[in-house]
Write a protein that binds this ligand. Structure first.
Ligand code: C2E
Ligand code: CA
Ligand code: CA
Ligand code: CA
Length: 274
């Protein structure tokens, strides 16, 4: 494995074979999973940093696999993304989120959109159809998009985002600070929300520069009129720092884990003595 020599990619190791077979099996299972109703959306609260009111829920996909049990999206989303199955899966997620959106006490539901889904030429029209079929209001839905879709095709990405805004959707820039972040994205694209990636939040008490970086993201986003959400908030110290730094919303295990819809929190006790 140390040698990157000629023909190295042709060497077929038994481990690779296994990995490929596992992936094929997962792909085949994914095909059947939607029709068999094996997917479920879990909801995790997004909480107002000052009042502790739940302002939104993030929808997180869970797969109840008949033999493997709960499979995490970290395992099957990359497979579905590589095979293209994410487009059909994403449509199911969107339809389900729309159906749920009416029953969340007026709170918004945020939905993850994969890059492949976003780039699909039918994405915008498909969303329009789902709204019509479910009778959901776009204003109750926030679409979480990662930076990786923006580098692909600047003009088209802007057109899609503007179309989504016209339809009434909120849009969030997810995992901000990872990947090829560019500050110019923030002024060029019409985002309502920036989600500070969990890696910055978990570094707050650990890496000296993390506090400076997080403060800067908050100042920048607030200055541009965006809502700032911090992901992965696990400790009171993190919550306290973020609130004092002017972060608008907190999300993380401290405030509430993702849970099935009927077990969702409707109230979070203030964790910070404001
Ligand atoms: P993400 O969009 O960054 O979602 C946040 C992830 O962090 C979730 O993992 C959530 O359970 C986890 N999390 C929340 N609070 C905490 C915390 O305090 N500490 C830690 N350690 N983790 C926390 P999950 O549900 O396993 O999802 C992983 C990723 O899979 C998501 O990352 C998202 O990129 C993707 N994903 C999930 N659902 C969907 C979906 O419906 N569609 C698409 N395209 N992707 C999805
Ligand atoms: Ca997300
Ligand atoms: Ca994220
Ligand atoms: Ca603020």
């Amino acid at each position: 494995a140390k040698q990157q020599g000629r023909g190295a990619s042709l060497v077929f190791k038994p481990g690779m074979n296994e990995a490929i077979e596992k992936r094929r099996a997962l792909e085949a299972d994914l095909d059947r999973a939607i029709t068999r109703g094996e997917f479920e959306l879990y909801l995790q609260p997004r909480v107002d940093a000052v009042t502790a009111d739940i302002v939104a829920y993030e929808a997180l996909l869970r797969w109840n696999h008949p033999s493997r049990g709960l499979v995490s999206p970290g395992e099957f989303i990359p497979v579905a993304e590589a095979s293209g199955q994410i487009v059909a899966l994403g449509e199911w997620v969107m339809a389900e989120a729309c159906r749920l959106s009416g029953g969340l006490e007026g709170r918004r539901i945020s939905v993850n959109v994969s890059p492949l889904q976003f780039r699909n030429s039918r994405f915008v029209s498909c969303l329009g159809e789902v709204l019509k079929e479910t009778g959901a209001k776009a204003s109750r839905i926030e679409l979480e998009i990662t930076e990786s879709v923006l580098i692909e095709d600047d003009k088209r990405a802007l057109q899609v985002l503007e179309a989504l805004k016209r339809m009434g959707f909120h849009v969030a820039l997810d995992d901000f600070g990872t990947g090829y972040s560019s500050l110019s994205y923030l002024s060029r694209y019409p985002f309502d929300t920036i989600k500070i990636d969990r890696s910055f939040v978990s570094n707050l008490g650990v890496v000296d520069s993390a506090q400076v970086i997080v403060r800067s993201i908050i100042a920048l986003g607030n200055g541009l009129g965006m809502q700032i959400v911090a992901e992965g908030v696990e400790t009171i110290e993190e919550a306290l720092f973020l609130t004092q730094a002017g972060c608008d919303e907190l999300q993380g295990y401290l405030l509430g884990r993702p849970v099935p819809v009927n077990e969702r929190l409707v109230e979070v006790r203030p964790v910070i003595g404001m």
